[in-house]
Design a binder for this molecule. Structure first.
Ligand code: NDP
Length: 487
């Protein structure tokens, strides 16, 4: 695209600011730990700050739970287990329905806090994260009194106390993915949100409290990695559900080996997004954008490796570059924003170091000519061409808005390339041929394969990985299984 073309294009697409209002949002200056049905001070009295990644200003102080606090939370969950697990499923379901309804009622507030604390565009938190979180509670509320139908003739029983550790990329949604099936099946819970994004989980604690759920059934505690490790290593925790990096996942797998703890791990990914020459090209280009730039690329199942059939590669890359010119990077609370702030300084450094690695390894970079805000953590949408399977940016998870593009000629070649990764979480296939879709879904080693779409989630649909992307499924009927045992 010539500079003149770019200017013409830009001039015809200017937007006025459209900020979401924040006056309806209540954020406390300081948050305590939610243990045994009350907000309690951390035993050692320590707090840390949660910052807004779009300006690095402090939003609130949050309690740091130590081993003693974890112990207190696990004891509370243990005490609550007997009566909660013996409550008829129909009654448990009512509490879970109530939580779903309360999330819906407070959806705007949740959306704003999610975007403030995590940096994601308000359109995404408003239209995806928060409604999906409510849907997960609705969906599993429906299962609470039907477990005998979910597992016919197997007499499912709850596992006990579930320790749940969640990451910073979808804070409320991941809390919902973990809490809803655990509660529906009669388990009690100790949940820890990520250090950089604790605020919507704490808001959720307020709502859970409002729902009147018996004390101790849900305990939400904040802290860093050590707090997570204390949950993992606690002898009275019966099940660990973890979503996060493959490195920490491996550590948790070692720590729980030889114990009776049940374990599910949802780890990293390096999803292949495959565009065949017979695909609807304009739709595929939108799909590429959604696959890699959704949530700044902080998505375990992001389509971060693009494979384009050689015959259409030039046109796809040209159209993709044009589309990238129109992406708006900036204030997460502006309703026009497509790409918000990178979640933390540390993550920005990681992404920038991978961009350097890509350049040093000879990749050809393209970034649109977009103005990044001065303060805060920002990264322009980025693509690399002229890369191959051996490049680190093709093999390693970057977890940012960076796309590596390769071409292919035949189906066998692209299957080989797409599966040549330590991960196995997601893939996408773009073609007008149903038979090709079915062929590819059989061949690709990925827990989820999307056809002519990408990054679509639904409470009824199981999600999870193979290989270094972890094991166990969340969502759908499959999502109940990690939380039950059989006689
Ligand atoms: P981590 O895996 O370190 O964090 C995920 C969660 O685990 C957080 O709540 C974290 O707490 C907690 N945690 C950290 N160390 C331990 C431990 N030893 N025992 C138990 N819990 C622990 O991810 P990062 O936030 O460091 O992100 C780094 C990389 O992880 C990203 O670049 C990305 O590649 C990947 N990632 C993948 C995700 C996915 O969805 N698959 C999600 C997030 C990250 P705290 O935040 O307080 O440190």
């Amino acid at each position: 695209m010539t500079k003149k073309d770019k200017n013409i294009f830009k001039a015809s697409w200017s937007y006025d600011e459209a900020p979401e209002s924040t006056d309806h949002v209540q954020i406390k200056k300081q948050y305590d730990l939610y243990i045994d049905g009350k907000f309690t001070k951390p035993i050692k009295g320590k707090y840390f700050a949660s910052y807004s990644p779009s300006d690095n200003k402090e939003i609130a102080k949050v309690a740091e739970a130590t081993q003693e606090d974890v112990d207190k939370a696990v004891k509370a969950a243990n005490r609550a287990f007997k009566s909660w697990s013996e409550l008829p499923g129909k009654e448990r379901g009512k509490y879970i329905f109530r939580i779903a309804r309360l999330i819906q009622e407070r959806a705007r507030e949740f959306s704003v806090i999610e975007s403030l604390d995590g940096g994601k565009p308000i359109r995404e938190s408003r239209d995806i994260d928060i409604p999906l979180a409510a849907n997960h509670f609705f969906y599993y509320a429906g299962w609470a009194d039907k477990l005998e139908y979910a597992f016919p003739n197997r007499k499912p029983k709850p596992v006990g106390v579930a320790g749940q550790i969640i990451p910073w990329n979808f804070p409320l949604l991941m809390a919902a993915w973990k809490l809803a099936p655990a509660l529906a099946t009669g388990n009690t819970v100790v949940l820890k949100p990520a250090e950089t994004t604790p605020l919507t989980a704490l808001k959720l604690a307020e709502i859970i409290h409002e729902s009147g759920i018996p004390k101790g059934v849900v305990n939400i505690i904040t802290g860093a990695g050590e707090t997570g490790a204390a949950i993992v290593n606690h002898p009275n925790v019966d099940k660990i559900a973890f979503t996060g990096s493959t490195g920490v996942g491996k550590y948790i797998q070692k720590a729980t080996a030889g114990t009776n703890k049940k374990l599910t791990l949802e780890l990293g990914g390096k999803g292949a997004n495959i565009i065949f020459e017979d695909a609807a090209i304009d739709q595929a280009v939108e799909g590429i954008v959604n696959a890699i730039f959704f949530n700044q690329g902080h998505v375990c199942c992001a389509g971060s490796r693009l494979f384009v059939q050689e015959s259409v590669a030039d046109v796809v890359i040209e159209k993709l570059k044009r589309r990238m010119e129109t992406l708006i990077v900036g204030n997460p609370l502006d309703k026009n924003t497509d790409i918000g702030a990178i979640n933390s300084k540390k993550q920005l450094q990681t992404i920038e170091s991978y961009i350097k690695i890509g350049l040093n390894e000879g990749g050809e970079i393209y970034q649109p000519d977009c103005k990044l805000p001065k303060n805060g953590n920002w990264c322009a949408p980025t693509l690399f061409i002229n890369v191959s399977q051996s490049h680190r940016i093709v093999q390693e998870e970057i977890f940012g808005p960076v796309l590596a593009i390769q071409t292919f000629r035949t189906i066998d070649e692209v299957v080989e390339k797409a599966n040549n990764t330590p991960f196995g979480l997601s893939a996408g296939v773009w073609t007008e041929k149903g038979s090709k879709i079915f062929h590819m879904t059989q061949k690709l080693n990925a827990g989820v394969v999307w056809a002519n779409t990408f990054n679509k989630f639904d409470a009824t649909s199981p999600f999870g990985g193979y290989k270094e992307s972890g094991f166990g499924r969340e969502g759908g009927l499959h999502g109940l299984k990690p939380y039950v045992k059989f006689e």
